[in-house]
Design a protein around this ligand. Structure first.
Ligand SMILES: *Cc1c(COP(=O)(O)O)cnc(C)c1O
Length: 367
């Protein structure tokens, strides 16, 4: 019997449950108004010195497939991080690395524990791989409740994700807290430490996830070139883990996934460490300026350790985002919960502080 064209075959049941990823929007340009995109935690700086040249040289060879083994990238990372190349697994962004890891480790219905609210890609990646999300609410100050997360681990748990600093609430766990947590997690459960914003951390006891991963075969570290390194558009991230874990993740990766341009740009970015650190310091200084100003305006902002701040505005989050949009900045609201605002150019951050000041005083925001 033929299949009528209006009845398509059904995907796996778990696919219908995938929540939509809501990407940060660019601001709508208005005549005479400068606009700033503060909605996706991107780096406002242009590529690091030498990166455009390296990428252009790779573009000229686009008739060839990329190096499937990411050899130069793994060599550069291995050098920089002091880890053996067999402990590395690269992907098209650390989100892709997470997909591969869940595919490698989760049978249908296996549980993945993570904090909530946290990175919106987690529930999507978990559902897409047929696993089950177990969300553990963050504390009133936006911190991971690690005790509750440890208690949420069951016989079905295969993976626990610790996002530090946490997107979108901004808080970081300390090294002591993470060590204590890992000690409570059974050895067959993988603890994935998502360090997308690690360069921006200025905690007195910062997580040393690589050391922890060196000591525990069930600890894996995810990092990305998208944020501090400013390569969001090129899609490259990586995992550092026990060689067997890294091999399983590499086995699930799309063949030739990371483009030759992305590989070349990532290697060149690693070589520009001095400029990277300067830019990160400047963004951290701007973060401090914004957080201090928000506190003076009377906002209760959780500790901000990433390149963004979290305004817990609850039911008024969408209203705030609309007011910000009017003033020329796009922010990322989470309805009923809060608003995440990236630290951008100083001029953009100034606009944010004008919007928040007007918000506090109840005066309509100037356009
Ligand atoms: C931005 C971000 C990433 C990085 O994603 P890419 O796929 O590398 O762009 C990973 N984790 C968190 C928490 C993030 O906010």
């Amino acid at each position: 019997m033929s299949n009528p064209h209006d009845t398509a075959p059904s995907p796996r049941a778990t696919i219908a449950a995938i929540p939509a990823y809501v990407a940060g929007k660019p601001p709508t340009p208005r005549p005479g108004q400068q606009v700033f995109k503060l909605s996706s935690n991107e780096n406002p700086y242009p590529p690091l010195p030498g990166v455009v040249e390296a990428a252009e040289a790779a573009v000229a060879r686009m008739n060839r497939y990329p190096d499937m083994g990411n050899t130069a990238l793994y060599a550069a990372l291995s050098d920089k991080l002091g880890v053996a190349p067999e402990k590395l697994a690269a992907g098209t962004g650390s989100v892709a690395v997470l997909y591969h890891l869940l595919q490698a480790f989760c049978e249908p219905g296996d549980e993945v524990v993570y904090a909530w609210r946290s990175f919106e890609a987690y529930p999507i990646a978990v559902s897409a791989n047929g696993a089950t999300s177990v969300r553990v609410p963050v504390t009133a100050t936006g911190r991971h409740d690690l005790a509750a997360m440890a208690a949420a681990v069951t016989d079905r748990t295969r993976v626990v994700v610790v996002c530090t600093p946490n997107n979108p609430t901004g808080t970081a766990v300390s090294d002591a807290e993470l060590r204590d947590f890992v000690a409570q997690v059974p050895p067959q459960v993988l603890v994935v430490v998502d360090e997308a914003y690690r360069e921006f951390v200025r905690d007195e006891d910062p997580v040393d996830a690589l050391a922890l991963a060196a000591e525990h075969a069930n600890v894996a570290v995810m990092r990305t070139f998208a944020k501090a390194y400013g390569l969001a558009g090129f899609r490259v991230g990586y995992l550092v883990a026990h060689p067997d874990v890294a091999a399983a993740v590499r086995a699930c990766a799309l063949p030739f996934g990371v483009s030759s341009v992305a590989q070349a740009a990532a290697v060149a970015s690693l070589e520009a460490e001095e400029a990277l650190l300067e830019r990160v310091d400047a963004l951290v200084a701007e973060r401090t300026r914004v957080v201090d100003a928000l506190a003076r305006q009377g906002f209760e902002v959780p500790e901000a350790q990433g390149n963004f701040v979290w305004l817990p505005l609850g039911d008024r989050s969408l209203e705030f985002a609309a007011a910000a949009e009017q003033a020329g900045i796009s922010v990322r609201p989470f309805a009923g919960d809060g608003v995440r605002v990236s630290i951008g150019e100083p001029e953009g951050n100034d606009v944010l502080l004008e919007v928040t000041a007007a918000w506090r005083s109840g005066v309509p925001v100037p356009e």
